[in-house]
Design a protein around this ligand. Structure first.
Ligand code: PSU
Ligand code: MN
Length: 308
């Protein structure tokens, strides 16, 4: 096999020239959004970046080949193929050896993006510590991979289905830096404010790039998480959110859903229980994060060019 991941022509050229590149995860496409809107969404995510002068690098495994930068046929496989598995970092060797097609979680995407030399990554919401984790020990590998991966991740905090205070504690323990973008409050994905305070806030892509450069001076190989809330007027109505979330958690418990099926189950339940509104909000979140990630990648490329 060639280098892992295999780079598309545009991604290879952009990286070689020091032009801005943003990695995009694909589990949101394969398992986070309903078909066929997921394919339209995947294409629109890429188009947003291209229009901003940034090269998109959607990351996924196609027929056992881990790729950074998908062509349209690959995007379609990941969005509509049968079967498409959801892979975290630990699953990558299985998916590669088994010649599977897979959407990559934040953990698997961050790992592959860093290997490719991509520094900025946009997702919707990170995985984290699940509610009731004291019994289930369910904590996303997103957290541990970010503790050892040099990458800047833009997300709307972590998914509201999680135990958010516990997730913030784990991010602290794991040495993952967290900053609010133009806010001192940690967002909760569908809702703009989790009620949790953040110590650090950053107000521009240039400030974020400066923090990335400082982390490099220290030689730290951990991630920077930029928490980018949805504007309050675009969030899921908090009262509706809290009601539907409680229902979805109860439904998951009753159905005995476990392991990596939990997150897709809850997102799907939220979609049905909100008449699709949660999907619209999810798309808004992803687009907001992709736009900011593009600006950060531009600031980072400019900074790196100025140093050379
Ligand atoms: N954000 C979304 N939709 C998603 C996810 C995140 O808007 O589907 C996915 C991400 O890929 C994240 C994963 O890494 O859920 C977390 O899954 P788990 O809890 O099984 O680690
Ligand atoms: Mn889990």
């Amino acid at each position: 096999m060639s280098a892992v991941p295999e780079l598309s022509g545009p991604v290879r050229a952009a990286l070689a020239a020091g032009r801005p590149v943003v990695a995009l995860e694909s589990a949101i496409i394969s398992h986070g959004l309903p078909r066929p809107a997921n394919l339209t969404a995947a294409r629109s995510f890429e188009a947003m970046l291209t229009q901003a002068g940034v090269t998109p690098a959607t990351i996924a495994v196609v027929d056992g080949v881990p790729k950074a930068g998908l062509d349209d046929a690959d995007l379609e496989r990941v969005a509509l193929g049968e079967p498409v598995v959801k892979v975290s970092s630990r699953d990558l060797p299985m998916a590669i050896a088994g010649k599977r097609t897979a959407g990559t979680t934040v953990a698997a995407t961050a790992l592959l993006a860093a290997k490719a030399g991509i520094r900025v990554f946009a997702t919707g919401g990170l995985g984290g510590v699940h509610r009731g984790s004291a019994d289930s020990l369910d904590e996303s590998a997103d957290l541990t991979v970010l503790s050892r991966t040099r990458i800047t991740v833009v997300s709307a905090g972590v998914k509201s289905i999680l135990d958010i205070p516990a997730t913030l504690e784990r991010l602290e323990t794991l040495g993952v830096a967290v900053a609010g973008y133009r806010t001192n409050r940690f967002p909760a994905f569908y809702v703009s404010d989790s009620g949790q305070d953040l110590e650090w806030r950053l107000d521009s892509p240039q400030e974020i790039a400066a923090v990335m450069a400082a982390a490099d001076l220290l030689g730290e190989a951990s991630a920077l998480l930029v928490a980018n809330p949805l504007p309050p007027d675009r969030q899921l109505d908090p009262a509706l959110h809290h009601r539907v979330l409680a229902e979805s958690l109860a439904a998951a418990r009753a159905a005995g859903i476990r392991g990596k099926a939990v997150t897709p189950f809850l997102l799907d339940y939220m979609q049905r229980a909100t008449g699709g509104v949660s999907v619209t909000v999810n798309l808004d979140i992803a687009r907001g994060n992709i736009a900011l990630a593009g600006q950060i990648a531009i600031a980072w490329a400019a900074r790196t060019a100025a140093r050379e």
